[in-house]
Structure formats: structure tokens, C-alpha cells
Design a protein around this ligand. Structure first.
Ligand code: SIN
Ligand code: CO
Length: 387
């Protein structure tokens, strides 16, 4: 269990003073920090086909990027190299626990946990990220510099897959020690070089841009055969110039598009389904024999704790008279009476069977839970797994 302290700030003060506003050095954010993963395990993950990894080297200022999976780690030299592995929380339950203290920020905004291992001098070079990030220092030390957003800073490609930024002025210049954390808002240039062999954990966030949203919404309309109302103009008048598109016509086109965006059920169903989709594979263990709804109660008697598997994205929305629960890109409509149980499923990493017992009389809830447990997005911890 990791306990976060943000200097002397409450999480509410952190949000109002720093979140998306300015970078912050959080000294000893985790006291007596113990790494949840060893460098050797990280290397093991980087050998897997289904896990995204990169190795960056910077010998004599020559930046090179290599993409995993890696069969060996000859490129991870004793100096000037970094191995980065994406979505480690999807594969490593102990590492996934590092996300829990940051869950004062809503689930849908949290992306995944990236872990890097760097040898002295190693890093990814000066760069900007489009998303907020908390960088936690694990074992070892790393020298970090962070600047403020600057429109004039030019980005350039060091090579095909390594975008960097020109030298910047730092407002934070520090050597991170185990348990220290940097909060970096989007667009702040930063660079970190290991002083000694170092593990770093990056808690990343999601913030879709307009084109991502519009293109995903359009895909949703196509998949669900919606948005078929066509432009029409029964009140068309003789135009003064047939070459022109008039103000009224443009307003009508905009209105036609806005109508489909304004359909609340479609909009919410699309957003919940889309934003709950994981970007990376994950290590789910579906039941060998999927449950049917009549087996569920008996099955739940074989354990007490239900765990949400690492990386599973689980969110809900309250609609006018239903709840829409979206888990890993699939949405389920449930009655409002099971709201307390839905909150447990989405707010907590784990909860007990007795905490959701009140909802067992709801057929829709039981159907949904049967599916979630059968597919492995939620699993019943066996009694002998208790610590
Ligand atoms: C790293 O751990 O090397 C990369 C973290 C970052 O700068 O986003
Ligand atoms: Co970065």
C-alpha cells in the first residue's frame, strides 16, 4: 500500500494550485519507498510480444531508439541507455498498486504506468509531453530539469521515433531520490538523466483532443447505424449568387451536426464506451468455464474479496433513470438502485462480496457481474490468497 503525501498540500489544494498549472517537486512523496518491480522483471516484460517497450541510447550525443520486444539486452549498456516499458500496471499487480494513490483523479483521466530503467547518463532527452505526468523515482537517482511551457521552443525529431525539444530554462533542477515525485503538466519541457542505475515510474493521463473525439464519435455512429439524417432544404429560395454557400445554409449544416451531438444517450454511451477502452493489451484470466447467472451466487461463496484486474478501465455515468457502467470498452445499462455497488466496482481496486450483496436481487446487475467475472476483468480472490 503506497501512501502519497504532496508536500503539505491536501489533494484539493494540489488540484487547485498545481494540476495543469505548474510543475511541482514532491520531496518524499512516498516515504521509505520500496520498488514494486525489479529491473530484471522489467526486462522480462520487455521480451513479451504483447507489451510495448523501447530502448533509447545516447552514446556521444547520438540518440538511437529501438523498439521491443527484445531478445537480449546488449543495447542496455552500463551507461547512457534507458529501457522503457508501457502499461506495466496491466501485467504486474504490485506495480499497478502505484496508481492507487493517484486515484483522487477520476479513473477515466488516468492512462497507465510506464516504467523505465536507466543507466548513468541515460534518459530520453529533452522533450514535451501532451499529457500530465507524475514521475516517481524508484531505486537510484536521476537528475531532472523541468521548464515552463514556451510557444517558441522548437520540437525536432532526433530520429524517426524520438521527438525532442531545444534547450530550455529550468524552473525545477534537482536530483530525485527514491520516493521523490515530479508532477509535470502538459507542455512543460523536461529531461532526466540517471546519476546511478535508476528505476522511474510515470503515471500518465488521458486527454483526448477534438480530432480524436470527433473521429471516434463518427466511428461510433457508423458502427451503430446512427447519424443518418441528411441535409434538407424544403424552404430553398432563389439565390442571388448560385456560387455562394449562404450564412443560413452553413448554420443549417452546423445545426445538423449539433443535433446528433446533442442526443444525450448516444453521446454518453459513445463517450463511456470509448474512454473505457484500454490502449494496451492486459493480462486477464477469463474463467475456463464461463459462469452462467445461476452459478454466480454459489461461485461468490468461494471467496470474499473481488479484485478489479490491473489496467481494467471501469467508469460509470448516471443517466436520467439508469446507470451506464462502462468496462474496457463495453457498456452495461443498470437500474439506479445498484448505484452503491457500481461505485464499489469503479471507485475501488477491490471490495468484498458482502459489500455488494444488496444488489444480488437485481437481475441486470447479476448478469453484468457474471460477464465481468467470466471474462476476468474482475476476479474473486481465493480465500488462501489472503495475507
Ligand atoms: C523516463 O522515465 O525516462 C521518461 C519519463 C518522461 O519523461 O516522460
Ligand atoms: Co516525458
Amino acid at each position: 500500500m503506497y501512501k502519497l503525501s504532496i508536500n503539505n498540500l491536501t489533494t484539493a489544494q494540489f488540484l487547485s494550485q498545481y494540476w495543469q498549472k505548474q510543475p511541482l517537486l514532491i520531496k518524499s512523496g512516498f516515504s521509505n519507498f520500496i520498488d514494486p518491480i525489479e529491473p530484471e522483471e522489467l526486462a522480462g516484460l520487455a521480451m513479451e510480444d504483447s507489451i510495448e517497450s523501447r530502448l533509447i541510447t545516447n552514446h556521444n550525443d547520438d540518440w538511437q531508439a529501438h523498439h521491443g520486444p527484445f531478445a537480449d539486452f546488449a543495447l542496455l549498456t552500463p551507461e547512457n541507455s534507458t529501457l522503457l516499458v508501457q502499461a506495466v500496471d496491466h501485467w504486474h499487480p504490485e506495480a499497478a498498486q502505484l496508481l492507487t494513490p493517484f486515484r483522487f483523479i477520476p479513473n477515466w483521466r488516468i492512462d497507465d504506468l510506464m516504467v523505465s530503467y536507466s543507466t548513468p547518463g541515460g534518459g530520453v532527452g529533452p522533450h514535451l509531453d501532451q499529457y500530465d505526468v507524475f514521475i516517481i523515482q524508484g531505486q537510484g537517482k536521476r537528475h531532472w530539469r523541468v521548464g515552463l511551457p514556451d510557444q517558441n521552443l522548437k520540437q525536432f525529431a532526433q530520429n524517426k521515433s524520438l521527438l525532442q525539444v531545444e534547450p530550455f530554462e529550468a524552473v525545477i533542477d534537482t536530483i530525485l531520490e527514491p520516493g521523490d515525485i515530479l508532477y509535470i503538466p502538459p507542455g512543460c519541457p523536461h529531461e532526466g538523466y540517471a546519476v546511478e542505475n535508476a528505476l522511474n515510474y510515470s503515471v500518465g493521463f488521458r486527454a483526448p483532443d477534438q480530432k480524436d473525439l470527433i473521429s471516434s464519435f463518427a466511428d461510433y455512429l457508423i458502427d451503430h447505424e446512427l447519424g443518418n439524417t441528411r441535409y434538407s432544404d424544403p424552404d430553398l429560395h432563389i439565390a442571388t449568387s448560385i456560387g455562394q454557400i449562404s450564412e443560413t445554409e452553413i448554420a443549417n449544416i452546423r445545426q445538423l451536426m449539433q443535433n446528433v451531438l446533442s442526443d444525450n444517450d448516444t453521446f454518453r454511451h459513445w463517450f463511456g464506451t470509448m474512454i473505457s477502452q484500454p490502449k494496451h493489451d492486459m493480462d486477464l484470466a477469463p474463467l475456463e468455464n464461463p459462469l452462467n447467472i445461476d452459478d454466480l451466487k454459489n461461485y461468490l461463496e468461494t471467496g470474499e474479496v473481488i479484485v478489479r484486474a490491473g489496467g481494467v478501465r471501469s467508469i460509470y455515468q448516471v443517466l436520467s433513470d439508469t446507470i451506464l457502467l462502462s468496462v474496457n470498452g463495453e457498456s452495461h445499462t443498470l437500474p439506479l438502485e445498484v448505484l452503491d455497488s457500481v461505485k464499489l466496482l469503479t471507485d475501488l481496486d477491490e471490495f468484498t462480496v458482502s459489500q455488494i450483496k444488496d444488489s444480488f436481487s437485481c437481475l441486470e446487475f447479476m448478469k453484468t457481474l457474471t460477464k465481468l467475472i467470466s471474462e476476468g476483468t474482475y476476479y474473486l480472490q481465493e480465500d488462501d490468497e489472503f495475507e
